[in-house]
Ligand binder design. Structure first.
Ligand code: NAG
Ligand code: NAG
Ligand code: NAG
Ligand code: NAG
Ligand code: NAG
Ligand code: NAG
Length: 485
């Protein structure tokens, strides 16, 4: 290549009767273009060398070549999704969500210490099974030494971003175009596994350490995290740090595509936070959280008119709560999460049919209720999380990838059928399962980034690429909704 440049230099300066300034300009333009191209050549060589370093069965061919394609800026030409009554519309057609929680995305996408080959493989698997949405974390808080957390964090301290992780988010969003997928972006977290509200509280008032919860005792932690919106002595700080973060995300220019996030159709919606809780707000001051939802959603809408906004809530506190949380004019759709084991409706160690049926009955009733409430306020409903442990009675620990998933598959099938029944009545828009581990396993060298966040027993709710029976539930549902338009 250098030899080529010498020749070019010679031609321009010695042989051609050309204006000297013009020749210089041409020279530099071509030099820059060559350097630019050489960058792609290098990257693609580098990536193809390291592409398939994970174990792959010999019969399996690489589906995606992690080549320079993933580095070429690609602007999405998709349409933004709109809310229309209780439905989502894309190009004026009803649009349904079959989603996977893949909260690890930005860390796995990072140029340094990420695992892009894995991401491409995982997205390919999800696409194969009809998944068209991923719900991901778009905000995690440091410092990195804290326990039970995703790290490195996106934001080390207020306004101080880890550019490597941010570029991981850029890269991940850029990949979605080739998979025809769209992202739900969760901006913060009530729980501690991404830093979240407790960290914002600690930034605003470092005098008290975060009381990390121990299993069975979440109360002190929840009261601490809820100070994020309930403690008037620090609220101006916590909220301004958080709004500044939201602004940084929404106005971020993607380093791969050049697109500002607020203009990116690969993004579908913003969720204020993962599972904001209010039941334990001190003095039961519920109006505080409702006002927080309204103010924050309004702030987002003023910055970004393209994307939809929801709460990220579970919807577990009954009708009045659900409706009040979601009736703000700045909230476009409603959110529900269903956790039968965590909420005491399922015991994964109990082999009785009765035990399973209790969980299924609760889930069906819960979904019917949130659907009714969402219809009352004429907004689309999205079931943003649900999961079930593997069969603990199968002779393996429920955390082991070797345990069977008979009950889980049955439960997921029942949930998808319920959602489909409601979709036909325009009373639900889809579901997002928890959580995709793809090719990763709990036994992989850390950080494994399986589907279970760092504070939970590894393997509890992870869905692996090998869980074909469970994944088939999504392809079946994808076929069903394809008939709906
Ligand atoms: C979408 O539907 C509305 C109402 O049915 C109609 O007025 C509008 O022209 C349609 N837009 C497109 C792009 O088809
Ligand atoms: C992308 O998804 C839409 C549905 O959202 C579908 O109509 C379209 O055919 C898909 N395109 C590709 C290339 O898979
Ligand atoms: C809750 O009520 C108690 C007793 O009335 C009061 O001392 C405390 O300051 C209140 N806490 C908040 C966060 O308002
Ligand atoms: C769930 O697993 C238990 C344990 O074997 C089994 O008895 C029960 O029938 C399963 N439930 C269903 C619905 O298959
Ligand atoms: C759904 O609502 C009905 C009527 O209010 C109530 O009896 C039932 O317990 C609710 N289901 C769940 C799972 O909360
Ligand atoms: C990527 O992830 C897979 C699955 O966890 C793992 O086997 C592989 O070693 C990882 N690669 C890198 C470079 O971390």
């Amino acid at each position: 290549m250098n030899a080529g440049l010498v020749t070019f230099d010679y031609l321009v300066f010695k042989k051609l009767p050309m204006n000297r300034n013009l020749a210089f300009a041409l020279y530099f333009a071509i030099l820059v273009a060559l350097l630019y191209l050489s960058k792609f050549v290098k990257v693609s060589l580098l990536e193809s060398e390291t592409s398939y370093d994970y174990k792959m069965s010999t019969s399996e061919k690489p589906i995606i070549n992690a080549d320079s394609k993933s580095n070429i800026p690609e602007l999405s030409s998709k349409e933004f999704i709109k809310a229309d009554g209780t439905l989502f519309k894309k190009n004026n057609k009803s649009h349904y969500i079959i989603g996977a929680n893949y909260w690890q995305a930005m860390n796995l996408g990072a140029p340094e210490n990420g695992n892009r080959t894995r991401v491409l493989k995982d997205l390919e698997t999800l696409k194969k099974y009809g998944v068209n949405y991923v719900r991901i974390i778009a905000g995690s808080e440091g410092p990195d030494g804290e326990p039970y957390r995703m790290h490195p964090a996106l934001m080390n301290s207020p306004g101080d971003y880890n550019e490597n992780v941010f570029q991981g988010l850029d890269w991940f969003l850029a990949q979605l175009s080739q998979f025809n997928m769209t992202a739900i972006m969760t901006l913060s977290n009530y729980w501690h596994w991404s830093g979240g509200f407790a960290q914002y509280v600690n930034w605003a008032d470092p005098s008290k350490p975060i009381p990390y919860p121990v299993p069975g005792d979440y109360l002190s932690f929840e009261l601490y995290a809820a100070r994020f919106y309930s403690d008037s002595s620090i609220y101006s700080k916590t909220q301004s740090y958080y709004l500044a973060h939201i602004k940084s995300i929404i106005t971020r220019k993607n380093t791969i595509t050049g697109q500002i996030y607020k203009n990116d159709p690969n993004i579908f919606a913003w969720e204020l936070a993962n599972e904001p809780q209010a039941i334990r707000v001190e003095n039961d001051s519920h109006d505080i959280i409702f006002k927080w939802i309204d103010d924050t959603a309004k702030f987002i809408k003023e910055l970004d008119k393209n994307h939809l906004v929801s709460t990220g809530a579970e919807g577990k506190n009954g009708e009045e709560w659900f409706i009040t949380m979601h009736k703000s004019p700045h909230i476009d759709f409603t959110s529900a999460h269903i956790w039968v084991e965590n909420w005491g409706y399922y015991n994964s160690d109990n082999p009785s049919l009765e035990n399973y049926q209790k969980a299924e009955t609760f889930m069906l009733s819960f979904i019917q209720n949130v659907s009714d409430w969402s219809t009352q306020i004429n907004k689309p409903l999205l079931v943003g999380e649900y999961g079930m442990a593997r069969d603990a009675w199968s002779g393996e620990s429920k955390y082991s990838p070797l345990a069977t998933v008979i009950n889980r598959t049955k439960y997921f099938t029942s949930l998808a059928n319920k959602v489909f029944e409601l979709e036909k009545q325009k009373a639900c828009t889809g579901h997002v399962f928890w959580a995709f581990a793809g090719i990763a396993r709990p036994s992989d060298p850390p950080p494994t980034w399986i589907g279970d966040p760092p504070h939970e027993p590894p393997g509890w709710y992870s869905i692996y690429d090998s869980d074909e029976k469970t994944l088939n539930v999504f392809s079946e549902h994808a076929k069903q909704v394809a008939e709906l338009n």
